[in-house]
Design a protein around this ligand. Structure first.
Ligand code: ADP
Length: 204
């Protein structure tokens, strides 16, 4: 059962370039704030590993560092949002079309986003971090990393501008040690979780 402190809705989007450490931050925030971590990259990799129809269709895009078609990704996200009033989206939305699709999903559920958190760092910092990863993903080779960064700058930059216009965007400087970045993120979420003004969930 959820504790009273974690009973209210909290809808968050985490945005950041590949290699910035989103996954690490998200895993800790999920524990601390009782959030469902909806990471589209992880969900897609899981589908691919299980060889589902969705996974097979997504695989060629993923290994090239290109975006998987919206219809596949949006359906996956819709299902998870429907099941969780407290969620942290990670890696979605990555395009303006996906941002609009997310708005439609939330509207149908009579819910709203609480905030969008951008963890940012310069390209040379993230490239270095990816090169230093021990587990090494199949899309971590230099050419694919460049493609993923390019996609971030072309497709995801308009998403950031969109949320900034809506007054939902909060920026965190990630070119610092993990603990400092997390301290900022935690402080931010604590403030958001306390203020229920932007959160609206359907009455049971
Ligand atoms: P990163 O942010 O480090 O590039 P992710 O794990 O978030 O890695 O995503 C890995 C790959 O999965 C992407 O390069 C892309 O092919 C696919 N993917 C993940 N999220 C989305 C999305 N929202 N839309 C389209 N493709 C996605």
């Amino acid at each position: 059962m959820q504790s009273a402190a974690h009973a209210a809705g909290l809808g968050l989007v985490l945005i950041g370039p590949p290699g910035v450490g989103k996954g690490t931050q998200a895993a800790q925030l999920r524990e601390e704030f009782g959030l469902a971590h909806i990471a589209t990259g992880d969900l897609l990799r899981d589908h691919r590993a299980r060889g589902t129809d969705l996974g097979c269709r997504a695989a060629p895009y993923m290994s090239d560092g290109r975006l998987v078609p919206d219809d596949l990704v949006v359906a996956m996200v819709r299902e998870r949002i429907h099941e969780n009033v407290r969620f942290l989206l990670d890696g979605f939305p990555r395009t303006l079309d996906q941002a609009h699709a997310l708005a439609d999903v939330l509207l149908l559920e009579d819910r709203r986003l609480t905030a969008v958190v951008l963890i940012e760092a310069p390209d040379d910092v993230v490239v270095e971090r990816i090169a230093g990863r021990k587990e090494g993903r199949d899309d971590d080779d230099a050419a694919t990393v460049r493609r993923r960064l390019e996609v971030f700058h072309t497709s995801t930059a308009p998403v950031i501008a969109h949320y900034e216009t809506l007054g939902l965007l909060h920026r965190i400087d990630a070119a610092r040690p993990i603990g400092e970045v997390y301290a900022d993120a935690e402080r931010l979420l604590r403030g958001l979780d306390g203020s229920r003004s932007r959160v609206s969930i359907t009455a049971p």
